[in-house]
Design a protein around this ligand. Structure first.
Ligand code: NDP
Length: 253
């Protein structure tokens, strides 16, 4: 049975759209106070308003996680203003796909900066607070969940660097899991299949249309399906650690 997150604080990166927005709403509905982090502050403010209307508290953090100073300040502000930090969902990410031979160095750099370095900056800043929360909260447990991808499990042609970043965060999470396990900070990864979000809209012209053609007729996952997976992980009783969830669209190979 799901435990309530009442009295806990959850920080969700990439909360301005897609999986992050759905996750923040779902954790708030489970009782958490949420810190909403992304660069598009207008989107975050609208979501915060919606969450407040549903009776929960929300803090807006206009932050670029590729900047270690901004990431650290965001975590500190969360703790200063909301009093604690129990859950971090490393969800912000970008995906640029296409063959290595035609790749853009800037797109590779962006994926490494957001999908890997962003996760590292946020996690490093958050860990001391999570350790504290696991010791002094009524639930006596804290959580880090990182959104990887099926591409982190099985690399495919055309996704070399995206797969590199997403398998990288799985390796990082497993080592971190072992380090934090004695302190009751649970570490997990969710590996979604194809989710109907804005992710592909940031891809270059041509690639975006090719991806859309590939997915034509498939019933994709919805952001809420992944939000539910995250919520399942972080609402388990203290004796349970769900460290990995692979969630494919049922029609996906
Ligand atoms: P969206 O494009 O809807 O969301 C991506 C989020 O990341 C946005 O909120 C964006 O906010 C945020 N973001 C991007 N760059 C930064 C940055 N530098 N600093 C802070 N926030 C940033 O896509 P999804 O919801 O689909 O993606 C969420 C996660 O799920 C990603 O990690 C993605 O790789 C992963 N995933 C998605 C799949 C899919 O099919 N959609 C499949 C498997 C995994 P803003 O632009 O406002 O900063």
């Amino acid at each position: 049975m799901a435990e309530s997150l009442k009295g806990t604080v959850a920080l969700v990166t990439g909360a301005s759209s897609g999986i992050g927005a759905a996750t923040a709403q779902t954790l708030a509905a489970s009782g958490a106070t949420v810190a909403l982090l992304a660069r598009r502050a207008d989107r975050l403010r609208a979501l915060a308003q919606q969450i407040r209307a549903e009776g929960a508290q929300a803090l807006v953090l206009e932050v670029d996680i590729t900047d270690p100073g901004q990431a650290e300040a965001a975590v500190q502000r969360t703790v200063d203003e909301l009093g604690r930090l129990d859950t971090v969902v490393n969800n912000a990410g970008v995906s640029f796909i296409g063959p290595v031979a035609q790749a853009s160095a800037q797109e590779w750099d962006r994926m490494v900066a957001v999908n890997i370095e962003g996760v590292l900056h946020m996690t490093r800043a958050a860990v001391p607070h999570l350790i504290r929360a696991a010791q002094d909260s009524p639930r006596r447990v804290a959580d880090v969940v990182t959104i990887s991808s099926t591409a982190g499990r099985v690399a495919r042609a055309g996704q070399a660097v995206y797969a590199l970043t997403k398998s990288g965060v799985i390796a990082f999470s497993e080592a971190l899991r072992q380090e934090l396990q004695p302190m009751r900070v649970r570490v997990g990864v969710v590996e979604p299949g194809t989710v109907d979000t804005e992710l592909a809209s940031h891809m270059p012209d041509g690639v975006r249309e090719a991806v859309a053609r590939q997915l034509e007729g498939l019933e994709l996952l919805e952001a809420q399906d992944i939000a539910d997976a995250v919520a399942y992980m972080v609402t388990r009783k203290r004796r349970v650690a769900v460290n990995e969830m692979l969630v494919r669209a049922a029609e996906q190979t």
